[in-house]
Design a protein around this ligand. Structure first.
Ligand SMILES: *Cc1c(COP(=O)(O)O)cnc(C)c1O
Length: 493
């Protein structure tokens, strides 16, 4: 067996060992057929592991300890805002009144949940400066796609069928061009200038009658604030296009600046990033969108609205809606967590979050700039990029540095993204980490650079402390082995 690997729960199974005790069945098997349709009755034994309660608990505890998450250590994944998920949120999400409710209950029985959803929409309006919100999208990417469908519906309602292009900066998150494509648009890339910002001259040259929208992240994925945002807005608006805000990471500007005030027409937020919903491992996410009033009638249905008597209802009658994009009205459990976060922080607390997120990122950036190449010199917002180009000359690449960080006990930052920076490392420390943690991480990166200089092989062969070392990542994505078998794990060393 591999170091650190553990037997499957089936391999721990011993006949007739149980983790439960139940009274004997009082009904004969044959009698069951009278009560339950025979097609639902089991004909073969359920091949479940037979294991004692204590061994069961130990098995799953052991597995959970193998997991790496924000609760186990520093997780500086840029563009992902891996911040602490307050346990208070979990407690609220588990309150029986919420946990046991069901969206198919009628509106009268769901008043409490609807009120929370409505109030959440109001808070998000206040934070984004938008006129109308829907909580439906299940992720940032779905929010982008939904917004683009709304923008398309708006143009078509004006008889504007030839707006087929969406402009996306070369530093954009990969979901931006993908969403534009899936929404049926052609993607036009606008270049960044040498300061990492949208190149205004190039933007002018690609904007025109075909422009449906531009998708912008601000601060962008390099962690830099688009200082020319007003000019960008005017260029797009004068050409008849809409301007879309990718607000997946609101960490830098929350309660400071609002996308609505910057002139954006539509925005999505990732509640599973900035607003402390847990994420990773595939969800569930929550990517509410907000739009200005002229786009509001196209929002997906149903909508959650307030009646004249201050009660709430799920409104299905939305004639110009682009339609339903998600069952019910979104991932309620996640916006319940985010709602708890917003209410417990308050406006001052949220503002402090932004300040500390920016402070922490600048602190880490300035401590690293002597060792690693810093491509953009200006102050950053909530995240920044450095380049491993100096280390590359020593024969060690960013991928190797990331792998070596695992041995130091840190989750690596985002690497090789954005695409416009060579040997890129994108670091987002978040506001929730202590100075000691930040220093530990910086020291590890500095130490790894020294190793790269003096003993590059140590870095090239890392990691040493994980269950498996280097995997063929392409094969892992293309031919994932989803059913665990010991012989499938091949340690290359
Ligand atoms: C995470 C992220 C997205 C996509 O969000 P998902 O919920 O993963 O679909 C989009 N844009 C930016 C800038 C992001 O960081």
């Amino acid at each position: 067996m591999l170091k650190g690997s553990s037997p499957l729960i089936f391999e721990r199974s011993t006949e007739d060992r149980f983790a439960y005790s139940l009274p004997d069945l009082e009904v004969e098997r044959e009698e069951l057929a009278d009560i339950i349709d025979s097609k639902f009755l089991r004909r073969t034994e359920a091949e479940l592991p037979e294991i004692s309660e204590l061994d069961l608990i130990r098995h799953y505890t052991e597995l959970s300890n193998k997991n790496y998450g924000v609760d186990s250590g520093f997780y500086p994944l840029g563009s992902c805002t891996m911040k602490y998920n307050p346990k208070m949120n979990e407690k609220v999400a588990r309150l029986p009144g919420f946990a046991n409710s069901h969206p198919l209950q009628n509106d009268k029985a769901n008043q409490g949940s609807l009120e929370i959803a409505y109030d959440m929409q109001e808070h998000l309006k206040a934070l984004t400066g938008m006129d109308e919100i829907t909580l439906q999208p299940a992720a940032g990417a779905q929010g982008e796609w939904t917004s683009l469908l709304i923008i398309k519906a708006f143009h078509q309602a004006n008889g504007d069928y030839d707006r087929t292009e969406v402009i996306v900066p070369d530093s954009a998150h990969g979901t931006n061009p993908s969403s534009a494509k899936v929404a049926g648009f052609d993607v036009v890339t606008v270049k960044s200038n040498d300061r990492g910002l949208v190149d205004i001259d190039h933007l002018k040259s690609v904007t025109g009658e075909k422009t449906a929208a531009i998708m912008l992240t601000n601060p962008n994925t390099l962690g830099l604030f688009e200082e020319d945002i007003i000019e960008i807005r005017d260029i797009i608006h004068e050409a008849g296009g809409k301007i879309y805000y990718d607000g997946a990471n609101l960490n830098a500007i929350m309660a400071k600046v609002r996308p609505g005030d910057m002139g954006f027409d539509a925005v999505h937020l990732n509640l599973h990033k900035t607003f402390t919903g847990p994420h990773g491992g595939g969800g569930p996410g929550s990517g509410p969108i907000g739009v200005k009033s002229e786009l509001a009638k196209f929002l997906p249905k149903p909508m959650i609205v307030k009646n004249d008597d201050d009660s709430y209802k799920v409104e299905h009658n939305v004639p110009d809606s682009i339609g339903r994009i998600k069952p019910f009205f979104g991932n309620f459990g996640i916006f319940l967590r985010a709602y708890t976060y917003i209410r417990t922080m308050g406006p001052d607390g949220l503002e402090e979050v932004s300040e500390n997120a920016v402070l922490n990122a600048n602190y880490v950036m300035r401590r690293l700039e002597g060792t690693y190449e810093l491509p953009y010199q200006q102050h950053c917002k909530h995240e920044f990029v450095i380049s491993g180009s100096r280390q590359k000359k020593m024969g060690v690449r960013t991928m190797d540095i990331a792998k070596r960080l695992l041995d130091y006990g840190y989750h690596p930052p985002t690497i090789y993204f954005p695409l416009n920076v060579e040997e890129c490392m994108m670091i987002e420390p978040t506001e929730t980490e202590s100075k000691e943690t930040l220093d530990g991480f910086v020291d590890a990166l500095i130490q790894i650079s020294k190793e790269a200089e003096k003993e590059p092989d140590t870095v090239l062969e890392a990691p040493y402390t994980t269950v498996v070392s280097r995997l063929d990542e392409t094969q892992a994505a293309r031919k994932p082995v989803l059913r665990f078998q010991h012989e499938n794990i091949v340690d290359e060393k």
